[in-house]
Design a protein around this ligand. Sequence first.
Ligand code: ZN
Ligand code: ZN
Ligand code: FE
Length: 759
Amino acid sequence: MQRLEIKINGIVQGVGFRPFVYSLACQLNLTGFIANRSDGVIVQIQGPQQAIEKFTALLSSQAPILSKPQIIYKNKIDIVDAEDSFIIKQSQTAGIRQVVVSADAAICQQCKTELLTASDRRFHYPFINCTNCGPRYTILADIPYDRVNTTMHKFKMCEPCQNEYDNPLNRRYHAQPNACRDCGPELWLCDNKNHKLSTNYPIAKAIELLENNYILAIKGLGGFHLAVRADNDKAIENLRNRKFRKAQAFALMVNDIETGSQLADISISERELLLSPVSPIVLCRKKDNSIISPLIAPHSRFQGLMLPYTPLHVLLMQGDYPALVMTSGNSSGEPIETDNSQVLAKLDTIADYFLMHNRDIFTCCDDSMVKVFDDKPMLLRRSRGFAPVPIALQSKSGKQILAFGADLKNTVSLAKDNQVYISQHIGDVENANAYDNMVQTVQKLQALVGLKPEIIVCDKHPSMMTTRYARQYDLPLIQVQHHHAHVAAVMGEHNLDGPVLALAADGLGFGDDENIWGCEFLLAKRDSFQRLGHLKSIGQPGGDKAAKQPWRMAVSYLLNTYGIPKGKELSRQYLKGVQAADINIVAEMIEKNINCPATSSLGRLFDAISALLGICIENSYQAQAAIELEYFAKDIPDSYQVNIVNKNDLAIIDPSNLIQQVITDLENNTPISIIAGKFHNYIADSSSGILCQLANKHNCSQIILAGGVFQNDILLTKTIDKLRNQKFQVYYNQKLPVNDGAISFGQIVVADAILTNTR
Ligand code: ZN
Ligand code: ZN
Ligand code: FE
């Protein structure tokens, strides 16, 4: 006989872990108990040694799919007499904050089977779930994760549901959103004037409407989607016009992997991601096909795909269409809609019909987006299914820290007890509603995590909304330079202390010299950095306006390279879609240096080239010019000659000779796909050249690539190849987006290091 005490943490709450342990102990005839602790569970187990060994082996290998148990210790303790069963001790955690809140999970196979079995009591019930699947974070208002603290509190379970909920051997034991048709949430369908359609099975009617090309707003897990069938040009055009979404690619929901495979190549890793409980949008290589409309993802090599991840989606995908566009239910720039009463007012000009339900969404979550790069998942948007699961960060300061990120692609992060809780994707907080969403998210996450911030962190940009908000706190404030935060996010994710050599390349970040930075070669540690090089600065005519109108940067580069008369002439010659008068105005701004802040942004150079090649002169969405330039780029070995100037101990890429080479190619009628290909090689050559040179000089073997520019697949691949050829270890964000979605996490990493070193 033996008795063992096992302490387990990780994700073990609300994911069926306790009933799993209970049934395992019962099967093996062991006695003892399992009890919740603030940071996990304690198990005491007693019985013959062999059975105990079997128990500990199965504990990890057979754990429920959503759980991630980590055994902290296993200790032999004294045998307890007079114990005849194994029990689940009720939570005694009032007042103690549970550390890990689990994320929302896609419908599991067992629930899916019940959903489609005519004899099952939940046949076609669109809110079926169990301890392995269903809503979590999006319905949770407070902790502990009990039904009273979720938006399910208003539904009283019927007797059969309550029995399942109370039975430790049932797979719905303590499944907080447990419900059925008799006691749970219900669905209805209305038109855009809020007239309910009379039907006893709204899903059948919704399918019929989708089959007939109507646009439906559908309430999902983390918010509303706008859905339309994917094979009808007219319907897609309609959605694009109504949503003011001219060109940005749409993600699709397909019924299964087989259908998805007709639209895109799906690798084994991509398939795994699609089928995982996170069930994100996965960017797969598009295939030529005639199944879906060419208007879905024009000018993109990728097709975003996802599988039905709620029971409602499973039922809707039974319609007679190959795929559905499932795009966030919002008007341009706004956060995703979650509220029944507001959605009608906000989306009535976009959607024809609304499929609604009365299970409230407490916290909105967009669909997460992932691609597979170098055979590993690489997050592009970390939201539903990931948030708010923390990323471990060994804190040296031990302080509780709240970080506000940056204004675009905003996330906020909370650090406590060696974990960093990163919020769902919040969006661009320049939008008033997105800003409110940020403020609310901070409050909600603070409550869930039980964070009492001691330090506030934000960007150095003085006029960012996030900076201004952070300043309102009456707490010590640390402001982190934007590109240092990008680099630190990679260091934190990969557990690097530095010094590392890094390139952070993006659209903009406020520099230490008060100029706009965006292509920065840094020698970085967690708490500090030194700028060793950058792209040569140039005027950005109109400031923010230039980010929306890439042609402005083309004019700037042409004038800078050729002087005024010739630069203007070339602008008129190659920027065909731009009015001559507009070119003149911008040229004058540059000439007289009016509203032309200097920028070293690589994103803006991509803009200039894209405009110059006639690919995109005006962005209808963020980074369109760069994304389309990548789309047109041909994979060729040729490159442009690189000019690196060393000035005041800084290595500076001077792209004037690049512009000249591009113009020469244009004069010789070189196809734009070749020019775009050569340009990508030029950027990879110049970046990796400087990185290798500086890394050798400063004895760094580790190189970091960070910033939104590295969402560019071609550029990332080529740069990494060149660096690995020189035997460097290369790191970039994988668990977090390489774009500004990682900034709040990076800010935490920097602040924690600064606090440690100044103590
Ligand atoms: Zn399930
Ligand atoms: Zn029920
Ligand atoms: Fe950035």
